[in-house]
Design a protein around this ligand. Sequence first.
Ligand code: IMP
Length: 178
Amino acid sequence: MPELIPVLSKEDIHKRVSVVARKISSDYRNHELVVLGVLKGAFIFLSDLVRHLTIPVKVDFIRLSSYGSGTVSSGKIKLTQKIEIDLKNKDVLIVEDIVDTGLTLAYLVEYLNSFDPKSVKICTLLDKYERRKADIKIDYTCHVIHEGFLVGYGLDYAEKYRNLPGIYHLQLNSEERP
Ligand code: IMP
């Protein structure tokens, strides 16, 4: 059985999300903000984040996939659900669950810029920097980690563990690794 080592409790996450939401609400005062969640991993984070925001927002989702059922990025990013809101001249805030190599976000920022938005910024629940390959600027982060594979609060391993209220480090035995 894989081992789950606690990283952030439900209460830790709540505190961090509310701090980041306060900053976003202040930075985007008097702006028309489009919050764009990256499915599936960001669905819980986004739903908590927007409920802490004190500014009006529009919400949309995009679906990208770069990982199969393993823990290592395939490096190939596929867009599997398109944005419905018109982004021209809008301030867009990407909401992501975790930034690892950064390749997914580098691809997404470039894709979004093709719609002529006024600005594109990035908000992530977790910034895992050990394997960073793309030079991307993360504007809002709830928690920084060095390495490891995390699950819970929307993050999965082979579609499991998304529903855990906290965040855990998943330790796989050698025979369970892909
Ligand atoms: P990147 O393109 O390498 O930055 O990968 C980003 C995506 O990989 C995230 O949106 C997640 O879906 C997935 N990912 C990366 N690290 C983890 C992890 O520790 N747990 C769960 N998913 C992860």
